[in-house]
Design a protein around this ligand. Structure first.
Ligand SMILES: Nc1nc2c(c(=O)[nH]1)N[C@H]1C(S)=C(S)[C@@H](COP(=O)(O)O)O[C@H]1N2
Ligand SMILES: [Mo]
Length: 370
């Protein structure tokens, strides 16, 4: 199933003695307790390619885990030949890499969003590829397995109590080279609210899958049974005609946002507007189109190629024919042909309204109107 990298040169705790819940002893406290969201700045304020920690949203369901890094360890067990656990020093001695990726929150799992949420940023994560850790543990060579990931946090979310935050990934995604057991973001150690000392990062998938305060990875033959994969974070599958089938909140569907022009920005009449924005999704975005005022025709924006899992810059130029207010919309399509819907969905096309001033009577000079 995967190349055997052999035993690493550091001393691990192999075997069954470490597969109790002892990794949870690294939890010192949950403080502050309770649900917490820090929203990001508005799209027109997210001008940097790389989002700073200060500008990156935060989402915490049950409370912030306070972790004693000196007692922290990661257990990898379940349907594997060689279960093991490692501490932070050992993890930091392993082969590591950096992946730059968009990071997006799905929005509330209680009322699945039907319009843009804009909890989005783009950051560089550094850590050990999950693939490397799995290649040491050697999962049973079977299809249809899942990797469960446990966080050290516990508490109550939406009236439901949970002894841990637990998510799952199909093993096929867990074995992709981009999934990291990360200990840095933008070159800095993960801070407490970011999930430090160690979190999972699943580029291309919604943030909810990137378990913070990671303590255990377990290979299992079913989906995880906790509330964050059963009660929460399943949505109606749009290709289910009867509207009854659900799918896990895993892959991010194509999405985009307009950064320029700003909402309500004022332009001279009869001018060209230079605009730009970002597009992202589980797959590379290969096309972004722009239209004015719900018109029938879309025109092509130019889109940068994707690097790693970064959001992609698009830019455009549109002619504003006369005075009035205009709606500018953008629509992204990915390499599989999936396209942003016009409305009714969390990833519907973004709209920015702008204003064009009336032209002065003899205005052909392009002078500013006062
Ligand atoms: N252990 C744990 N991991 C978690 C969460 C959580 O509440 N507990 N929230 C998830 C959600 S919904 C999102 S969107 C991301 C947010 O990561 P950030 O706060 O670093 O932006 O973390 C995910 N990982
Ligand atoms: Mo989220």
């Amino acid at each position: 199933m995967m190349a055997d990298v052999g035993l690493p040169p550091i001393q691990f705790s192999y075997g069954g003695d470490d597969i109790s819940d002892s990794e949870r002893n690294a939890l010192v406290d949950i403080q502050p307790k309770g649900f917490f969201i820090r929203p990001p700045p508005e799209p027109h304020e997210l001008c940097e390619d790389l989002t700073s920690d200060a500008d990156l949203f935060q989402t915490i369901h049950m409370g912030t885990a306070v972790v004693d890094a000196s007692r922290w360890k990661l257990v990898l067990n379940g349907l594997v030949e060689r279960p093991f656990s490692i501490n932070l020093t050992q993890l930091r001695q392993m082969p590591f890499k950096s992946v730059t990726s968009f990071h997006e929150c799905y929005g509330s799992p209680l009322t699945p969003p039907t319009k843009n949420v804009w909890r989005i940023g783009n950051v560089t994560w550094t850590g050990v590829p999950l693939l490397y850790l799995l290649s040491i543990a050697r999962p049973h060579p079977r299809l249809g397995l899942f990797v469960w990931s446990d966080g050290l946090d516990s508490g109550i979310f939406a009236g439901v109590s949970a002894d841990r935050y637990q998510k799952d990934l199909p093993i096929e995604k867990a074995l992709t080279p981009e999934v990291l057991v990360a200990y840095e973001m933008n070159g800095q150690p993960l801070n407490k609210k970011r999930g430090g000392p160690v979190r999972l990062v699943v580029p291309g998938w919604f943030g909810t899958n990137s378990t913070k305060w990671l303590s255990r990875l377990s290979v299992q033959e079913t989906r995880a049974q906790g509330v964050f994969t059963t009660t929460f974070y399943n949505e109606l599958d749009p290709i289910s005609l009867e509207g009854v089938r659900t799918r896990a909140v895993w892959e991010v569907q194509p999405n985009s946002m307009i950064v320029r022009p700003r909402p309500q920005e004022i332009f001279r009449c009869s001018s060209y507007i230079e605009g730009w924005g970002r597009a992202w999704g589980a797959d590379e975005i290969v096309q972004v189109e722009i239209r004015l005022d719900n018109g029938d025709s879309w025109s092509e924006a130019s889109v940068a190629r994707r690097r790693q899992f970064e959001w992609q810059l698009f830019s455009f130029r549109v002619l504003i024919p006369q005075a009035g207010s205009y709606y500018i919309q953008a629509r992204a399509t990915d390499r599989r042909g999936a396209r942003q819907p016009l409305m009714g969905s969390r990833n519907h096309v973004p709209t920015v309204q702008i204003l064009a001033q009336s032209c002065p009577p003899t205005a052909d000079t392009g002078e500013e109107v006062t």
